[in-house]
Design a protein around this ligand. Structure first.
Ligand SMILES: *[C@@H]1O[C@H](CO)[C@@H](O)[C@H](O)[C@H]1NC(C)=O
Ligand SMILES: *[C@@H]1O[C@H](CO)[C@@H](O)[C@H](O)[C@H]1NC(C)=O
Ligand SMILES: *[C@@H]1O[C@H](CO)[C@@H](O)[C@H](O)[C@H]1NC(C)=O
Length: 219
């Protein structure tokens, strides 16, 4: 009987050790950060220029739903970029400091070949410092590595931390660090989320977002 209890105790210790050692414990990524005031006027929505907003975007019960079709037009008559319906966070463009994007995201299973979140701005020739893309049921940091598999049809919490001077990016899913990358420099940045067509896109692409926050590390 006693040996049973010691055995269980030992097994629990081993599990605890492995759990800690692999860093799989969710953390509060917002500690020390200050949440910036946001309202609908901070959400500049970019959508195919020739369709009304309500044909590609809906805001209801606190959920932003954004979708686009592969054959859609770009967001402006002169743009040569792929179709998008995206929230571009306005009034919090930054060139220094440590900034964080937090939101709950959701991708329905019909969606692939699309970028759903960006840290915009970088040293040319690139345009972005981070892209999170959906390919075949997984979320990727650009095309590698996988950030989250079995992505479809469930809410996940996303935290992306950009340290401009340190030139680093950290991506967390549900409080767990999934990827740490070197940034791509640049002097002007902002956050975006929604759908922006990438390679091998599905006909229909959609993502949903709620509780969007922009936070800045306090001094
Ligand atoms: C939204 O916030 C801006 C400042 O960030 C303020 O000027 C504006 O009045 C606010 N709008 C609403 C509808 O609260
Ligand atoms: C997605 O699936 C297609 C078809 O099976 C395959 O060609 C492609 O390489 C996959 N993409 C990734 C990033 O796994
Ligand atoms: C796109 O599809 C082609 C052909 O199936 C495949 O070779 C390529 O790896 C795919 N790219 C991605 C990013 O899924």
């Amino acid at each position: 009987m006693n040996s049973h209890i010691y055995y269980l105790f030992y097994i629990s210790l081993v599990f605890l050790f492995v759990y800690k050692a692999t860093g799989c414990e969710p953390i509060d990524t917002t500690l020390g950060f200050i949440s910036q005031p946001l309202n609908q006027s901070n959400f500049d929505i970019q959508k195919p220029y020739d369709v009304p907003l309500e044909h590609r975007y809906k805001f209801s019960n606190g959920v932003h739903q954004l979708w686009v079709i592969k054959t859609d037009k770009p967001h402006s008559r002169t743009s040569k970029t792929g179709p998008r319906t995206e929230i571009r966070i306005r009034d919090y463009d930054y060139s220094s400091g440590v900034w964080q994007f937090e939101a709950y995201g959701y991708v329905p299973c019909s969606t692939t070949g699309v970028c759903i979140m960006q840290v915009f701005g970088s040293q040319p020739p690139h345009a972005t410092t981070t892209m999170l893309r959906v390919y075949n049921s997984s979320l990727y940091y650009y095309t590698n590595p996988v950030i989250l598999s079995n992505l479809y049809n469930r809410w996940f919490r996303l935290n992306v931390i950009h340290d401009v001077e340190g030139n680093t990016i950290k991506v967390y899913i549900d409080g767990i660090l999934k990827h740490e990358a070197t940034g791509r420099g640049g002097k002007s940045h902002y956050f975006k989320c929604g759908v922006y067509t990438s390679s091998n896109a599905s006909f229909y692409m959609e993502s949903r977002w709620k509780d969007i926050k922009v936070l800045k590390l306090g001094d």
